[in-house]
Design a protein around this ligand. Sequence first.
Ligand code: ZN
Length: 717
Amino acid sequence: MSPRRWWTATAATLVLTTTALVAPGASAAAPTAPTTDVTLAPDETALVRVQLRDEAQFRQLLAEGADIANRPRLDDGRVLADLVLTGRQLAALTAQGVVARQVVQREGDAARRYAESLLAAPSRTGSRVQGDGRAPAVTAADTLQFLQAYWWTSNGRTFVQTQVATTATEDPDVEITVTWQTADGQTGSYPLVRFADAGEYQYHYALPQPLPARPVRVTASSSLGGAARPTNPTAWPNATPPALPEGYQKDFIDAYLTPTDIQARIRRLARQYDDLVDVIDLPHKTQGYRRTAAGYLGDPASAAIVVESVRFGDQKMNGVQVRTVDPGRRNRPLNATYRDRVLTVSLATDAAGATISTTDQVAAFVSARYPQQFSAFVENGSAGLPMPVAGPVRLDDGLKGTEVSKKPWTVQALRIGAHRDGSRIGVLAYSQEHAREWATPLVTLEFAERLLANAGTDPATRELLDTVDVFVIPMVNPDGANYSFHDANFQRKNLVNHCTGAQRDPANRDAFGVDVNRNYTVGSLFDGYTGASTNCLSGTYAGTGELSEAESRNVIALAQQHPNIRFAMNVHSYGGYFMWPPGAYRADGRVTLPRPSIDESKMFLDSARRIVGAIAADRGTVTWPSQTGPVADVLYSAAGNSADQLYYELGIFAWDFEVGNDRWNETTGQWEGVGFQPPFDEAHAESQEYAGGLVELLRVARDYARDQGEALALTRR
Ligand SMILES: [Zn+2]
């Protein structure tokens, strides 16, 4: 019983595709010896950084609904992607030349890291060179141009990052090399890799490169003989927040927080700071941490049907027994009784007294006879087979979180400020749309409590709360979060199962649910945009329609009910990104949602630099310039994401964080991913640095209101 049929079923496709994709003499596939243990047991699920053959293979995985945690990174000619997969799936990919580079996080790590956390308790926009922006040179040589050249220092180590565009946009074999020079005359060079997205050339770039000192000059040359004008790299982000005053209170996070913990934290903050806080119950209750009860009647390996309760397991359906019996008499029709919580199906017999019902007949009969109680379907591979005498089996929802409330959940927002009447500019921070991103509510709750705890003692905090109206939804997706904590830590989606027929097989239980951040109305799958799936088992399943889910409706309802909200931050993990619209494009021609105006693009980038600077002030984490920009450019197309709806429909400056930046490993000389549920020390550090980023966002909003004039600032487009 494979828990992820979508992948198993497509493995054959992958083989064909990758065979076809082997470029003659491709050097990119040359494996690098792994530096850590990258072996997985066949049934073990893990988050693994793998080296793919090329970007086309990544797109293939994306199209097949693979659980991809990150955009592929290009590192020294190799395509790196982070995937959630089983050992079996990894073996299948390895057989096709994929190389595992780093096990970012194992399935078993999450519970341990949660337990340990309890024990621990005490840019570019506007300057993009388009392929058709200028006539290519007619000589053999191409022309190069630096799109970005930035340097920074983090924890004593200096880095440089560059993007270069060639006019030879259609030539996939152009090689570009960047050479750097420091003030004291040291030099070195590194290769760039070509980055194309949806078949369109974008630029050449490389991951940040460690340097011995600040670069004062970079040059670029291409294999076609082209060169770029030498450039003096600029400091990134080159913005520093105001110093924290003496006595500033922070560090309110001492463990990972479950949904129940978050609910309690919200209640405590409201009680402790009642003059500065309102708690808003969002209007759409979620389904709750619940699921239908189901079981296999028969043997799935030979012949079986799945019997599923219509109501949820906790609605007195867990433990209901189901069986088939031989009536022991000749010429009996198919029949069934349901009493004392036991469903007994009596199989039909022939003149000799042998049972003759098929799996299809039994499944159809049960569904038709007890439509209020049961629905049954034939297990894959069992169609038309004789139905065996089997059972009794107990139906069960399989949920392991016995302490968790099964009721529909009321998602809550904190409203923080001295004037919570709509007269001040509003800023919304919301997190954990994706269940497995455990560090994200730590960020928003740390942010909220910093404001409240310092309001009485720090004049700067008080001034912010006098001028800004702050809204925080720490946890958009509580049901999925409960599932991530108690059942399957890599759960990304909510718990609403829209699958029909055989896709409802209990073997698929960890793949049910809707991707909340693909369920919004602007640039959606339903509008023809790319980066979401119609497959109910895919990690990016968009739902049955725009805003089909309570979780997404809640975010929009809060923004609609408070028209003073003009800024928003959607907090995700991981990877270290800072992004804004457009967040989606149509695959055909890579036509994005409309680009912001020049003025707004400048606002997005200038504000981003301030906020990136504030994040860096905590432990030196610098979000790369290559990962600061529009979602569609720096990450991937995410059809139907929330920030796009907030921006295009409601006129809100809407950003996204991906907290959890890669860490530079000085020993291996590689950037390493941190994962969704890192060791708590890392999650704690993320909460601290990104809470500082959110405080800077408040200053951005305050300055915007001051510069525009309050009345204008509160007017949405
Ligand atoms: Zn996310």
